[in-house]
Design a protein around this ligand. Structure first.
Ligand code: FEO
Ligand code: CA
Ligand code: CA
Length: 625
């Protein structure tokens, strides 16, 4: 493990490698794409340092089996599946799809996603986990074709966040149904708005004339965890829940977020008027935020942090900068959208969590502008401030105040000329050197739409494999407005494509290839865990890649090794560890989606269920070590 002093020396090695690359280019008349790739300074530097000392497990091969497969010497056990009761008197999961909304309210929600563990003692902890969305084909016996009012309530109860305590006996963690922190937060739990958009006219509705108390959170994708013990849940594709059966037109601002005035497939607006965008056009403004939750107080009100901007949030990667300010990196997961950074106004006070709890209420939001020299897979960039009155964010340009800059953060980002990205998903910060990594999962529109030119950190036209970009602040501090970036890896398929960028970077081989990196996170030792949510057809461009999976990367040597493979038609998403790093919790989301033949995890003829898996080593050691 490195200490903070290594930060500069490692980065200067990266810079040195870049300079070598420039020298090479200067003396070469024509460089083919293949030659370019093989000389990519990032992977060149990696290759010299292999093999990794950090990764100490046997790689697993790609798989199309309906199982979660872990390395030799490891075991994986289901911890909690959709529909499992989380309170003492809650009903058991029923395969029929006929359970009502009350049952779902007392059970684990559907489609497990980002999660964080908060230790209570050595053998007790609380986990907060997102329930991103639900699959009607499994939720209801009628598959969503005969929705009643209670069915809508049930679907709403399958969304949100689940908080539950776990206890360890021997080496195995189990749910404690009697845990006093156990809680369901759903699409109708009362919340509070904080920050610049709280109480703004655009947030006011018939039900909430003060514009302060939105109900619920949904499509909670990934997450963040604060040093003061709270959980951050990130609202992603909130647009899909709004619609109308009537006729209406929606504003351009609604369109930018994908809100349309037609029937929503979730059908909530049919029985819950709040979701009818024709009747309540401000309601969608109350979603698309990062929400802060205290997992230790089940009576606490979740706080929507509008200072972090409104977009389709993926996760919230938080660090304490050397300056004392809190910095949160944030991705907006949509083709051609942007990458953001929040810097708190006030400083972190070690040991004063009462004060730290307000740090996300006030601060400055920035958006990334990458240089676009498409001869290079590295460069510099700037963080452009999204503050009313600056950088053209003025009344004349359609922004009346700071609240509007936050509510329409996407439009503000366009106004300041932010770089359109290949779908920024999770961001992760290395625990020691604070290098930042972000998955750019894929983007079929790259090089096709005018506003999405090929180049910079988005180097491939019709990118269906994805890449991971990495950056460090140019002047050492994450509150500074410039950064240096390169690509940690470019996913691809070297067995299908030769001599071009679709084969992937040099650290991608026939043995570790995958597509669509999505969830990422570091463990304490600096292993970069990479989860995929991609094409699992195992055909054509994706031949040999199998089901979605999880890999582990060494951020110094660049080595990437496959750690597990998931069951049929799932994505792997959500990652947290016990305090001793001897148990890893991993989410298996939507096994068997769109009717694919999965019976994970119960087997037989059971319905597939989204599940949190607990992974341990048979010898009780630290995961990955
Ligand atoms: Fe919910 Fe961008 O994944
Ligand atoms: Ca995701
Ligand atoms: Ca994804």
């Amino acid at each position: 493990m490195w200490n903070r002093d290594d930060k500069d020396s490692e980065f200067s090695q990266m810079i040195e490698a870049r300079l070598s690359r420039r020298r090479f280019l200067a003396g070469t008349a024509a460089v083919s794409a293949g030659a370019f790739l093989s000389l990519n300074p990032i992977t060149k530097a990696f290759a010299a340092q292999q093999p990794s000392k950090l990764l100490n497990f046997e790689a697993v091969p790609a798989s199309t089996a309906d199982a979660l497969i872990v390395p030799k010497g490891y075991k994986a056990t289901p911890l909690l599946s959709w529909g499992d009761p989380i309170f003492p008197n809650a009903p058991e999961f029923d395969q029929s799809g006929k359970q009502d909304s009350q049952a779902q309210l007392s059970q684990f929600g559907d489609n497990t996603d980002g999660m964080s563990l908060f230790p209570i003692s050595d053998n007790r902890a609380v986990i907060a986990v997102n329930n991103e969305y639900t699959n009607y084909e499994y939720l209801f016996d009628h598959g969503g074709n005969a929705m009643t009012k209670d069915d809508v309530l049930k679907a709403q109860a399958a969304h949100g966040v689940t908080v539950f305590e776990i206890v360890r006996s021997g080496s195995q963690w189990k749910l404690d149904k009697a845990g006093k922190r156990n809680r369901r937060i759903t699409a109708s739990t009362e919340m509070m708005l904080t920050g610049p958009a709280a109480g703004h006219d655009l947030m006011k509705t018939k039900l909430d004339p003060q514009g302060m108390k939105p109900l619920g959170t949904f499509n909670n994708c990934a997450n963040g965890q604060t040093p003061w013990g709270t959980y951050l849940t990130c609202e992603e594709n909130f647009n899909g829940y709004f619609g109308t059966s009537g006729s209406a037109t929606v504003s351009d601002d609604h369109k930018r977020y994908g809100i349309v005035a037609s029937k929503s497939s979730y059908q909530w607006h049919d029985t819950d008027e709040r979701f009818d965008v024709a009747k309540h056009p401000n309601e969608p403004h109350r979603f698309g935020w990062v929400v802060e939750i205290d997992p230790n107080d089940p009576t606490s009100t979740p706080l929507k942090r509008t200072a972090l901007g409104r977009f389709k949030h993926e996760n919230a990667a938080l660090l304490i900068d050397d300056s004392g300010h809190i910095v949160v990196y944030l991705g907006d997961d949509e083709r051609g959208e942007h990458l953001y950074k929040f810097v708190s106004k006030n400083k972190y006070q070690p040991g004063n969590d009462a004060a730290n709890r307000n740090l996300l209420e006030e601060g400055t939001l920035y958006v990334a502008k990458f240089d676009m020299d498409d001869e290079e897979l590295k460069g510099s960039g700037q963080w452009v401030e999204l503050t009313h009155g600056k950088n053209g964010l003025t009344k004349e340009n359609g922004f009346n105040d700071q609240a509007e800059v936050m509510i329409f953060a996407r439009r503000a980002a366009t106004q300041v000329g932010a770089t359109t990205m290949d779908r920024p998903e999770w961001v992760a910060v290395h625990p020691d050197n604070q290098h930042v990594f972000c998955t750019l999962t894929n983007n079929k529109n790259r090089g096709v739409k005018d506003n999405q030119p090929v180049g910079g950190p988005n180097p491939r036209k019709e990118n269906h494999y994805g890449q991971i970009v990495r950056w460090v602040p140019s002047k050492g501090s994450h509150i500074g407005d410039t950064f240096e970036w390169d690509l940690y890896l470019i996913a691809g398929n070297p067995t299908v494509h030769k001599d071009n960028l679709y084969a992937g970077s040099e650290n991608i081989t026939a043995d570790n290839m995958f597509n669509s990196p999505d969830g990422i996170g570091f463990d304490k030792a600096g292993r970069l865990w990479i989860q995929t949510d991609g094409n699992y057809s195992n055909k054509g461009d994706f031949a040999g890649q199998g089901n979605n999976q999880m890999l582990c990367g060494d951020s110094v040597t660049g080595e990437v090794r496959r750690f597990l493979t998931g069951p049929i038609a799932c994505e792997i998403t959500g990652l947290t560890f016990s305090a001793d790093y001897k148990t890893m919790f991993v989410g298996v989301q939507h096994p068997g989606e769109k009717g694919a033949p999965s019976h994970f995890p119960d087997g037989g003829s059971s319905k597939p269920r989204s599940t949190i898996m607990a992974i341990t080593r048979e010898d009780g050691g630290v995961i990955g070590a």
